[in-house]
Design a protein around this ligand. Structure first.
Ligand SMILES: [Zn+2]
Ligand SMILES: [Zn+2]
Length: 96
């Protein structure tokens, strides 16, 4: 089954707010860059910096992170996606 891509959503990108949900930032977290800032947590399925509904499982077994977002002239939001294991974006994974 093919997932509906949502790379052009209107401005509903927001960072998750997790309050005090047990394990906060562990000191061993490794950050990597998606979009403008190196603030995504490798291997963290609850990555606090990801856009809504991310990270998602990548087909390589890693996690696909997404950072928002540039607003285009027509008002759509463009997500930047990158896997924390294989380093590919969703767009690259679609090319076959
Ligand atoms: Zn992330
Ligand atoms: Zn991957």
């Amino acid at each position: 089954m093919r997932r509906q891509r949502e790379s052009a959503r209107r401005g509903d990108i927001r960072v998750r707010c997790r309050g005090n949900a047990g394990s906060d930032e562990s000191p061993s977290v490794t950050l990597f860059t998606v979009g403008p800032e190196p603030n995504h947590h490798i291997g963290n399925a609850q990555c606090p910096e990801c856009a809504d509904e991310y990270p998602e499982p990548c087909r390589c077994g890693g996690l696909m992170h997404a950072a928002g977002a540039e607003e285009n002239a027509d008002g759509t939001m463009q997500l930047t996606t990158r896997c924390d294991r294989c380093g590919r974006s969703e767009d690259q994974l679609d090319e076959r």
